[in-house]
Design a protein around this ligand. Sequence first.
Ligand code: HEC
Length: 161
Amino acid sequence: MRRGRTWIRVGMGVAVLLVLVGCGVPANPPVVAEPTWDRPQTRTLFFRACGDCHSNATVWPWYSRLPLVSALVVRDVQEGRQKLNVSEWGLREQETEDVAEVIRNGTMPPALYLPLHPQARLSAAEKEALIQGLERTFGAAGEGVGEYEAEESDDETDEGD
Ligand code: HEC
């Protein structure tokens, strides 16, 4: 039973530590306005893979409360939101030009983010669905889209409405 008690102590120690350092996460700003999503699936995929850093609906992971790590995570989210924030749509320009490219070449979501967020790992088909959906969603907003160059895609999924 000595062993069991040791683990309880360790567990309590960790809990206390987490409470003590649990102050490093800023409150999420309010969701002001979202783009008009072309279909629900696009929004779902976006929030699975991108929403933590590109919206105000960030789900802060436990490790974002650890010292040092906290600073890095908070900075990532702030930088991400600055470039593209689907919770502040229409308030300012958004950097959407490279959206297809960064998804396709695997720059986004960042590799470091994936091990602790397995739901953000998209299959090839999901990536294409997200790209096409964002193209329609951001294109429809007619904002910040720049001269977007659609890459050739052999399967146009146009079956929806
Ligand atoms: C862990 C946080 C994080 C996640 C998750 C994430 N991003 Fe990013 N994103 C960033 C940061 C930080 C930047 C700004 C720095 C940079 O460009 O690398 C950025 C920049 C961008 C840019 C602007 C690139 C440019 O400079 O033109 C686009 C577009 C983008 N992200 C799209 C996405 C998409 C789409 C997803 C989901 C598939 C995603 N991001 C997931 C953090 C994230």
